[in-house]
Design a protein around this ligand. Structure first.
Ligand code: BGO
Length: 274
């Protein structure tokens, strides 16, 4: 039996360092099909017996939009290949920006374990993250790691393997402002059974955003497309903004609330000249 775990995260969050630590010499490098983006896969060093645990290192990305090759490769893999779990590396010293991707990964219907990486640097700064609180807020396991120092790696892979076996996934709540959520709900209704329930929210948001690749992939009926387009235009009128900004602001609003509850910044140092 084999379990596939994908590593996903922003550029520079420590993915390569973690991938090397997890797989050691058991890795093979190629290209993603049809593109010149490097694909790295490896067998988890600690895999035992017949159970093969394959780690796939996805390209570093800031979001699951269709704008860069790296984003397209990553999201196609997650949507079409459906790995059994995702380890989402989050640079704990730059948490707000990194959680933007997390908020999208959590919508894909795949169990996610968050690795709060660079935890050694966070400790040096004196900031603290309440991992239990963050875990309860996001509905997934959160583990502090330092890929550089090798700490937390066993725990994060144990959690990911457990999540992969259990296939328990918690749907994200209705976390955006009410007007945005009502538009998403309408788009989900228009989607109906065209996509499985665990992916309906993700696809509904992408269709509201007029994501051309998703529109082409889904080939919805003309009436379903028309009702989603009408809803998108009505939301933009009501919020007096364009869809991309509306969804981005909604995500950052939600992330800001999570951070407010789970991150304790070190008190600012008083200047000695005062
Ligand atoms: C350099 N803790 C700390 N302190 N650093 C880490 C950790 C961690 O947990 N994880 C990774 N790094 P990549 P992507 C570097 O290369 O794995 C460091 O893009 C340097 N290089 O060592 O490459 C890691 O694959 C010179 O740092 O990230 C690397 O996601 C001076 O974060 C950087 C300082 O890691 C990016 C750092 C010549």
């Amino acid at each position: 039996m084999s379990i596939r775990i994908a590593l996903a995260g922003n550029p520079n969050c420590g993915k390569t360092t973690m991938f090397n630590a997890l797989t050691g010499a058991n890795q093979y490098v190629g290209n993603w099909p049809g593109v010149t983006v490097e694909k790295k896969e490896g067998r988890l060093r600690t895999s035992k017996g017949d159970e093969e645990i394959i780690i796939t290192d996805l390209p570093g990305i800031y979001s699951l939009s269709p704008y860069t090759l790296e984003e397209v490769v990553s999201r196609d893999y997650l949507l079409k290949e459906r790995p059994e779990a995702v380890i989402n590396l989050v640079d704990a010293t730059n948490i707000e920006r990194n959680l933007y991707l997390t908020s999208q990964l959590l919508e894909l219907g795949i169990p996610v374990v968050i690795a709060l990486n660079m935890s050694d640097l966070l400790a040096k700064k004196g900031d603290r993250i309440d991992t239990e609180r963050l875990s309860a807020l996001f509905g997934c396991q959160v583990v502090e790691t330092s890929a550089l120092k090798g700490t937390g790696l066993k725990e994060v892979t144990d959690q990911a393997v457990a999540a992969a076996r259990e296939q328990k996934w918690k749907a994200p709540g209705r976390v955006f402002p009410a007007r945005v959520e009502s538009a998403i709900l309408k788009a989900e209704e228009a989607l109906g059974d065209r996509v499985e329930p665990s992916l309906r929210r993700w696809y509904a948001i992408k269709l509201l955003e007029r994501d051309p690749k998703v529109e082409a992939d889904l080939k919805l009926s003309a009436s379903a497309m028309a009702s989603i387009r009408t809803e998108a235009e009505s939301l933009e009128r009501d919020m007096d903004d364009d869809m991309e900004s509306i969804i981005t602001d909604a995500r950052y609003g939600y992330i800001g609330e999570m951070i407010g509850e789970a991150v304790k910044k070190a008190p600012a140092k008083l200047s000695t000249s005062d």
